[in-house]
Design a protein around this ligand. Sequence first.
Ligand code: X5A
Ligand code: ZN
Length: 444
Amino acid sequence: VQSSRLPHRDAPPQFSTPLCPPVSPPPGRGDRRRRMAAAGAATPVGAAPRVGLLYDDRMCAHATPDGEKHPENPERLRAIRRKLDAEGVASRCVDMKAKEAKEKYIASVHTPNHIKLIRDISSKEYDYRRNKTARKFNSIYFNEGSSESAFLAAGSVIEVAEKVAAGELSSAIALVRPPGHHAEHNEPMGFCLFNNVAIAANYLLNERPDLGINKILIVDWDVHHGNGTQKMFYSDPRVLFFSVHRFDYGSFYPCEGDASHCFIGEGAGEGYNINVPWEHGKCSDADYVAAWDHVLLPIAEAFDPDIILLSAGFDAAMGDPLGGCCITPDGYALLLTKLLGFAKGRIVMALEGGYNLKSIANSLCACTKVLLGDNFTYNSPRMQPFESTWRVIQMVRDELKAYWPVLSSKLPDNVPLRSAPSYIEVNFIFLIFFLVTLCWDLLG
Ligand code: X5A
Ligand code: ZN
């Protein structure tokens, strides 16, 4: 707010935050194909990028046992697929089919007990037995199709990650469910059964040395903290985990303190775990772009990953019933564009959350177009991050600057900021309600 009187900079460079100059020049300079070709990417100059699109109906088998309404439902995948077909983008991608993950790959992040639990769910004879098991966990349901879907989701991310790492695809999108990033070593959690992205990361690092993937950047832009993924690589410097999520001082799901910015990794992995914890909802493109420009991108440039795995939840999208944030499809496209400057553009998107069918379909469509190399310009004259965003970003940078010296520079101080969302409208509604009830009582 301090500087909202300052004149707006006109004609901001295409890929930097309008009104929020990046600390270091964004890596997305120049034409993407030329940049990728210069970096020795699989896509030759002038050739269209080969984008893998994995969709498989079999992952719609996981559903609530009694047909009860649930935000994480099969329609999510179908809505995305319909949109990509209708927009003519699916046909421009390389069609991929799901494959079940081998247990030995899943075992790189989950205990034998956990794997057995998920494997045996389908063979249980009655729903009530499955329900009894599900109740032992936090936000989990099972039906007879859950086992197969879970093995397919994990195997699908492995499948596309391998193809991208090998250079057979430029990038890829795995439309998977159940999601994965909340799943812990020994327990399913938060609609997640296996940690799909973590399994794929370990597969590349441990099983495929021939592919030359030594450093992986995992970006988790799902509105919730990727608690499972964080734990799995907490002391591993080969995997840089970045999660931006609502934290709300610890009151936002999964409501654990380790989503805070103080959790930076341990041992050899110290400095390789990065949390950007929002203090409240209503975060928009501006807040996410600021986190990109002032935290994620400078670190990514220094880390120089061989591949990027994106835990791509779309529950921070505008209109999401759980997230309460408002990223637009163009906002997602911009965030993704900025990532394409790294790892020779080798990006694997794996679906996590996202519960407004229209929002996830539109957002994924915008992202697919970015990967396909369609020209795109972000048009938003006024991008104002919250004051809290600026404060959070500064805290994160202070916490991590010992490991990433690029974060020691001073943040620009001429950034117009907006104050935290006010809940005055909400209070007003309650006041009216109260008065009506009061009148009712008095008259009655
Ligand atoms: C993957 C994902 C959300 C769980 C919320 C539980 N999970 N209340 O978005
Ligand atoms: Zn989520």
